[in-house]
Design a protein around this ligand. Sequence first.
Ligand code: EPZ
Length: 420
Amino acid sequence: MDSFLIKGGVPLHGEVQISGAKNAVLPIMAATLLTAEPCVIRGVPNLSDVKFMGQILTWLGAKVGIEGDTVRVHAKKIKGQGDYDLVRKMRGSICIMGPLLGRLKKARVSLPGGCVIGARPINLHLKGFEALGAKLTIQSGYVEAEAKRLVGGAMFLGGRAGSTVLGTANIMMAASLAEGVTVIESAACEPEVVDVANFLNAMGAKISGAGSPTITITGVKELHGAEHHVIPDRIEAATFAIAAAMSNGEVTIKGARADHLHAVIDKLEEAGVVVERRGADMIVRRGKKLKSSDVTTLPYSGFPTDVQAQMMALMTLAPGISIITERIFESRFMHVSELTRLGADIQIEGPSAIVKGGRPLSGAPVMASDLRASAALVIAGLAAKGTTQVNRIYHLDRGYENMDGKLRALGARIQRVDES
Ligand code: EPZ
């Protein structure tokens, strides 16, 4: 099992190129199941989650080729069952359900189960499928959806914490091949949902309103193959921006979409970070001094939950009290205990973490738990005095392309070591 060994204290300097968005690529790869024609997806990051989705599509009968940042999928003939083992290992694969239901009018997928950040229910996905006329049965850990005909309908996808990103993608994909018009109220507005809608429209779907809380899909008889270039990963961009501020360096972030990052940029500037826009580039450095700042995670276009852990790491360096409130997932504070091992002073009070910032961090061995918590520990290690060892970084490899290589190119002293 690999670890990262980080010698902190080096300000990051230079340029970093942002990779394609993992959370757009996964549902877009699933969407290729909707057509018997070949599809090409470009700008795909080299991630274990992407390889895994490729394995799932192959298992379902599609031909999948991954060369560099291009993924080719040809789902000429497919079967409608997602294997337990495969789906259990990657929750994001629940987004194969909508395309299977749309194309085959039946889908049998294992219930994804929970993960370290929360229960991860799919009740809203299932509510949407039922609104399209599917009959659902849940049996021995699998959910089966079947429909003689998929008929467009109206539905409300708002849940306990706002809308559902993959639920919105799933319903858009199934509804693309339903008869008639589907209207999704309280749809997720994330840029990744817009990217999925753009890919579906390139395949011949008729979707409008993506990016707003009301999405209208007019079903068509069939979809054809398409080519698509994936949007850049706003969460990776935010992670490197925070790394620049934490290390007290100056980093030019290339290839990011600043218009996807308004909430993050707003909070960083409030915390004393300087974010300069030069054309498409973002130049990020720490200002005169870091300031404490309160953050609450919200559905888009609010502050993203996937940047909560990284922002908390930054706030450990800002003198004063910062209150970080997690409103999307019920237990997304796994990084708190590990950050306190680096010397941070953080108390959890219900959905909030109270950060008493300003003390310098000192290196220690820490354990990665989920993708974004791991990223927070790596960037905290960059700022900590001494050596930090981040164990179990397979979590990171799921969602960050070549993170150690990109950080080394910015001057970080970080090595990948094999801990087995
Ligand atoms: C997507 O997960 C992302 N993953 C997550 O990123 C991200 O944190 C999340 O959206 C929120 O932005 C992918 O896109 C692969 P949700 P998703 O359904 O779609 C509740 C990362 O680090 N809910 O929007 O699974 C749910 O419990 C990952 O890259 C229901 O109650 O998230 C949660 O509290 C982590 N019922 C909230 O909604 C449902 O049927 C948001 O979940 C579905 C969700």
